[in-house]
Design a protein around this ligand. Structure first.
Ligand code: MGD
Ligand code: MGD
Ligand code: SF4
Ligand code: MO
Length: 918
């Protein structure tokens, strides 16, 4: 066995991972104690990495028009067909759509090929759905897309404001760092600003449950308040900024009295003023913002409203201070560095940067090849698919993202893909919602195989190391792109043998004609790494850019001297005029739709959906709604319901929760057609874009909710090797597939109940029933199929509330032959005396809610005591907020909950908890 050091492929925290490699397999992972992002910690997704690997379910062979082919045939087809489109319809008819989950080296060669040599500006990335507004705002005010802060600043701050970020679930290791820092520094305060009471509120001293979309009003109000109370940093403003007067004038166009701001944001005025006071009176303030801010039709303005307050108070460029946009994907930052957004050219140069086109042209010119760069920016993600719809773009190459799911108005995107004459998809998994639209499918290597670099949220470049060979014919993305480039005649510019060569070129470009004293110097400069040879690259330790001759060991904090990357050197305060969501509520669609993430899943679940223990925290797609709204609509907890939105519908199970405002529903972004019948949130949203950044308004849809009338519900477990795709044969109005360890669980529901359940079941089950018990009057049935001594399937027709614990049943699928005592208990579905564990709370140690509640009732009423008894919460810590709320719920059932209604007002002054009714 040996250990290799690499970086987690999920979120933008960018944790260092040590992986155990044994006999060509990755057998386990642990946090890298030396990595400065995590110092040994991992969250539940990171620590489950080993369980998501394996060749099963991978794409291993290229396909052209549905036929498996060898690489030569596939690459020839890609090159010939792209060339044909260019000859027919011009260079601009060719486009690429990339992802913040590519490595920097993959990204660099793709950007170079499309913008440099194919001469099309239409290369954009899923970072458009994620970071585009944050990027646009940093550029507008600081002069560069440069996150000023480091993770340490979160620990050194006296006030941390989380706005539109559920850090506890989405950047869990950073949240744990913040939590530890707060427990060490009793003076530190945390404020959470989010329409939902999330698990991040566990450490909050103050929570503002504002009306969705009202953040710009709130931060404009803060700026006005600071000015009125004499809390501006006049010296800082005078020496290092410009634009205060205009920004303040814009803020004052709205009534700046606390009561007026509070009314517009629908928060309690006293709490709002407390927040203003805290913000204004501390110097060391970090405001950390994410998708609740960015995914808005006015996201850039919202980011700038936040940055304005930091500039006005001089709270930037200092330890523990700054406006901190936290990155989502592992390499969203790296993609921005190479110029992967359609409005960028390369290496933090834009089309309009004077001399940039010429400079990049000269840099990419080889002895015999001169690149032909486009002159102006290309289509941004949503617009790109509109151009495909119009027939202007006729060839699209998608790498490492799934626009058929994650773009708004996703059904329209699907129709555009259907129409597009040439769709090429590079992907590592065999079964995604996008692949059916692909003419050419290219199997890509994946984490643990890929070799290159990623940049995390604090500008830290780390190595992701290739430790295992890719399965079958899968190849690295940079290799695939370079091989196509060679076939298109650009071999000399793409003669790479190893990612180290690509990285060195990228590093050289970052420093090319980039003089620190010149007015057009670029902050992104890693030229000190340009001389790394292969062994230096292999050994590269995590380092924060800029990395230059002046700062060869990297740079933790930017703008410490108050000198910004704008031509004048001054940071700009931007006048912001708050705008509400574009997706209007109406009588037909009266509910505000919020979308986001759950703790244990990653995006479209292609990887996390493979780890059974990650499936159990939220097993089915859901809709969260308040008990009051549910009652008004005549629906109940755990009932199935339908949302209807702009471009489609969404069917899922209701979860009643008080941790949300009235009139709002929340759905997860993760489910696809692979996992459920109609639970893609992208189909509910209309595509409204921020005019500056082009980022879609993914957080503020408008929907209607109604009960899904079903005559029956059933749970079916089928042995994993039966494979059979129930989805196609389902006659019900709802299904969800939940992979368990040894079987697939299908949650099913349909309209009219069949008269003869057994006959109905025989139509589509792999074998005839061996055991059954039915109660036709109650529409209930339990049955199981056993073949050659092995359990093949297990069926219960009844509402899922009647389910026994599934862990025991899951294990029985691995048992051969089944003992006779087991057969007797099979229909009851549990071991003698064993009860259902309830919903999974601790994924690391697989501890269910029932055991936790029992332990609390028997006296273990603290997180520590629960950890000592059940081990829950002792590994990654992500479930601690949930443990705490269970303790509080169970301990004083009759006591007043410490948050009241989450309908705008009256959130408690001290740490509120997420009260789950379900
Ligand atoms: N477990 C997990 N972690 C992830 C990911 C994942 O898929 N799963 N994905 C990664 C990626 S790519 C990203 S971009 C990040 C995203 O990380 P986050 O931005 O933290 O994630 P979200 O859940 O999308 O949204 C955050 C919060 O915004 C709130 N919100 C909605 N509307 C508003 C509003 O108008 N104002 C305010 N203030 N808040 C609002 C939502 O209620 C939600 O709690 O997570 C990363 N980490
Ligand atoms: N309504 C709503 N919509 C949203 C969001 C939201 O909060 N609400 N969030 C948005 C955000 S922030 C994001 S980042 C996007 C994410 O959405 P997507 O990017 O569409 O989702 P992923 O599942 O991450 O897609 C990555 C795909 O690439 C594959 N893959 C993984 N690694 C590799 C690799 O190395 N090479 C190749 N070729 N393929 C690979 C995976 O199997 C997967 O199919 O969704 C956006 N959409
Ligand atoms: S916090 Fe993010 S980077 Fe760290 S282990 Fe978890 S998912 Fe991976
Ligand atoms: Mo993201």
């Amino acid at each position: 066995m040996h250990q290799a050091r690499t970086t987690c492929p999920y979120c933008g925290v960018g944790c260092g991972v040590r992986a155990d490699i044994e006999d060509g397999r990755l057998t386990g992972v642990e946090g890298d104690g030396d990595h400065p992002a995590n110092y040994g910690r991992l969250c539940v997704k990171g620590s489950a990495l080993a369980e998501t690997l394996g060749h099963h379910g991978r794409l291993t062979q290229p396909r052209v028009d549905g036929v498996e082919v060898d690489w030569d045939t596939a690459l020839d087809a890609v090159a010939e067909r792209i060339q044909a489109v260019r000859e027919d319809a011009g260079d601009h008819a060719v486009a690429a759509y990339l992802s913040g989950q590519l490595l920097t080296e993959d990204y660099y060669v793709a950007n170079k090929l499309f913008k440099g040599f194919l001469g099309t500006p239409h290369l954009d990335t899923n970072s458009r759905l994620c970071m585009a507004s944050a990027v646009a705002a940093y550029k507008r005010s600081l002069g560069a897309d440069a996150v000023p802060c480091s993770y340490e600043d979160l620990e050194e701050a006296e006030l941390v404001v989380l706005v539109g970020s559920n850090l506890a679930w989405n950047h869990p290791v950073l949240y744990q760092r913040l939590r530890t820092a707060k427990s060490r520094n009793p003076l530190m305060r945390v404020v959470v600003i989010d329409p939902r009471v999330t698990d991040s509120c566990e450490i909050a001293d103050l929570y503002l449950g504002l009306a969705p979309g009202s953040d710009a009003r709130l931060f404009n109000g803060l700026l006005g308040w600071m000015a009125d109370k004499g809390k501006l940093d006049d010296i800082y403003l005078e020496h290092h900024t410009e634009g205060l007067d205009a920004a303040l004038a814009a803020a004052r166009e709205d009534d700046c009295r606390i009561e007026a701001i509070a009314a517009d944001c629908d928060v309690d005025a006293e709490r709002l003023e407390t927040f203003f006071y805290w913000f204004a009176s501390q110097l060391h303030v970090v405001t950390l913002y994410s998708q609740g801010i960015n995914q808005s039709s006015s996201g850039t303005d919202k980011c700038n409203a936040i940055i304005n307050c930091h500039l006005a108070g001089g709270k930037i460029g200092l330890p523990g201070a700054g406006p901190f946009s936290i990155t989502g994907q592992p390499n969203a930052m790296g993609g921005r560095e190479v110029g992967g957004l359609a409005n960028q050219l390369a290496a933090h140069m834009d089309y309009h940067t004077p001399g940039a086109i010429d400079r990049v042209t000269r840099f990419w010119t080889t002895e015999t090849l001169v690149p032909s760069l486009p002159e102006a920016p290309g289509h941004k993600a949503v617009e790109l698919f509109e151009a495909i719809e119009r027939g202007e773009v006729q060839a699209l190459w998608v790498m490492a993202t799934n626009p058929a799911v994650s773009l708004p108005d996703a059904n329209r995107v699907r129709a555009a893909l259907e129409k597009c004459p040439l769709v090429i998809v590079s992907e590592c998994m065999a079964d995604t919602d996008l692949l059916p639209y692909a003419d050419i499918v290219l199997p890509a290597s994946s984490w643990s195989e890929k070799d290159g670099t990623v940049t995390n949220s604090e500008r830290r470049i780390s190595r992701q190391r290739g430790m295992l060979p890719p399965p079958g014919e899968a190849r690295h993305d940079w290799w695939i792109v370079s091989a196509v480039a060679r076939r298109l005649g650009y071999g000399e510019a793409f003669a790479y043998d190893h990612p180290a060569e690509i990285f060195a070129e990228h590093a050289r470009l970052s420093g090319f004609e980039n003089r620190p004293d010149a007015p057009d110097s670029r902050v992104f400069d890693i030229s000190a790494l340009a001389e790394l040879d292969r062994s230096g690259y292999d050994a590269l330790a995590p380092i924060q850019w800029p990395v230059t001759a002046e700062s060869p060991r990297g740079t933790a904090r930017l703008f410490e001297d108050g000198c910004f990357a704008t031509p004048s050197g001054l940071a700009k305060l931007i006048p912001v005029r708050p705008r509400g969501p574009e997706q209007a509520l109406s009588e037909a669609r009266p509910l505000r739709l919020n979308t986001g993430r759950v703790r244990d899943q990653w995006h479209t679940m292609t990887r996390t959906g493979r780890a059974p223990r990650l499936m159990n925290h939220r097993a089915e797609p859901f809709i969260e709604i308040t008990p009051e709204d549910a009652a008004a609509l005549g629906v109940g907890d755990q009932q199935l319901a339908r949302l209807t939105g702009a471009g489609g519908e969404y069917r899922a199970r209701l979860r009643l929760t008080k941790s949300q405002r009235r009139g709002e529903v929340f759905v997860p972004m993760h489910w696809t057609d692979r996992f459920s019948g109609a639970a893609r949130m992208g189909s509910l949203l209309a595509a409204h874009l921020d005019p500056l950044s082009g980022q879609p308004e993914s957080k503020h849809g408008a929907v209607a909710l109604e009960a899904l009338e079903v005559g029956w519900e059933a749970t079916l477990l089928v042995a994993s090797d039966e494979g059979g795709d129930f989805a196609g044969r389902d006659d019900g109005s709802y299904w969800a597939r939940i992979p368990l360890s040894h079987c697939q669980r299908w949650q099913l529901a349909g309209g009219d109940a069949p008269r003869d359940w057994l006959a109905w079941a025989r139509q589509w089950l792999p074998t005839a029933p061996t055991l059954w018990s039915d109660d036709p009057t109650g529409g209930r049935l339990r049955a199981a199929g056993i073949e050659e001594g092995r359990l093949r399937w297990w069926l219960m027709v009844a509402p899922p509330a009647e389910l026994p614990g599934l862990a025991w049943l899951d294990e029985r699928f691995a048992e051969s032959p089944l003992g006779s005592d087991v057969r007797r208990r099979l229909l009851a579905g549990c071991e003698a005396g064993e009860a259902d564990a309830g919903p999974l709370v601790c994924s690391c140690h697989q501890v269910g809610q029932k055991a936790i509640v029992e332990a609390i009732q028997s006296g273990d009423a603290s997180v520590e005591a629960l950890g000592a008894r059940l081990a829950c919460g002792t590994q990654c810590g992500s479930c601690i907020p949930e443990l705490k709320s269970l303790i509080e719920d169970s301990a004083d059932v009759n006591a007043e909950p410490n948050i009241e209604e989450v309908s705008g007002h009256a959130h408690a002054g001290q740490a509120p908890q997420a009260v789950q009714v379900a």
